[in-house]
Design a binder for this molecule. Sequence first.
Ligand SMILES: Nc1nc2c(ncn2[C@@H]2O[C@H](COP(=O)(O)OP(=O)(O)OP(=O)(O)O)[C@@H](O)[C@H]2O)c(=O)[nH]1
Ligand SMILES: [Mg+2]
Length: 315
Amino acid sequence: MFSPMFEKPKEEEGSAVTGGRSGVVAVIGRTNVGKSTLLNALLGEKVSIVSDTVQTTRNVIRAIFTEERGQLVFLDTPGVHKAEGDFGRNLNKMARSSVGGADAILLVFDASRKPWQEDEGWMRRLMKDDTPCVLLFNKTDLGTGFIETYKALWVRVAEEKQSGLHPVWLEGSAVTGDGLSALTDRLFSVVPEGPHLFPEEILTDYPRKLNIGDVIREKLFDRLQDELPHCIAVWVETIDEKEKGWTVEADVYVERHSQKGIVIGAKGRLLKSVQYEAGKELNEMYGVPVKVKLWVKVEKNWRKNFWVLKKLGYA
Ligand SMILES: Nc1nc2c(ncn2[C@@H]2O[C@H](COP(=O)(O)OP(=O)(O)OP(=O)(O)O)[C@@H](O)[C@H]2O)c(=O)[nH]1
Ligand SMILES: [Mg+2]
């Protein structure tokens, strides 16, 4: 398994609540603020892929945090981003609908960058109903210079919408772990009393095929230039589970022939290194040797093809 990025937050003495609390926490925010990094850090295991690319997360992924106080079932969601076409719009919709039915909402901002239109959009959305919400300034290790700007924006929007919602503001860093124990304390105080929603040993119920596809996509993103990632999707065709190891066969979809060459790389080097890196990470994750075999396929306009999007779980 992955080595934790830092130790799981330790229980403060006397902080355990008898009776237990459990609830669903929708984690939302614009793209790239660090939602997935934050959940991986909270769980101490990697359940959701991370990259600098816009809309890295493309499905709603449950990350289940269990301890003596109860259970927080986090929903990692695609970051909202100015949509270009149906694909981006679907991802935005997926994120927005995750808020309905959640017991609490965790809205994440990047404290080191000034607010974007999408940050303000989320503020407006939260003011529409009275689900308890916690607002977290992430990436404080990179700077905290814009915190007051976000707070002033909240006040302005609240006045305009005549909202009486009083959120809790917290600060932290998914990379250093600062502030994360205060975050879970606060979330446990707002979710309802009740039994666990999942067995305690489960970290995620995200299907294995989709997770493996995501890990391969992350390794591709690591190697490719800024523009290409949006044109890439990975679909795992088969996982052949033998005692001595697994063989994963997956298709990498691109939209144009010219992109195929880029993904394969000179003498197939790029693709080979992605196969290697993905296999290495999957080996750590699942505790068995994993051989990854990739085929790059041109699927014109896959982002507009409903059936492809459906198969990938993006629609
Ligand atoms: N320095 C620093 N970098 C961070 C922190 N949290 C996340 N990052 C980086 O920010 C980038 C985006 O992180 P993600 O976790 O993929 O962001 P996200 O909000 O899930 O993005 P989408 O899935 O696209 O919505 C990655 O390069 C992370 O390593 C943090 O607290 N500090
Ligand atoms: Mg993400």
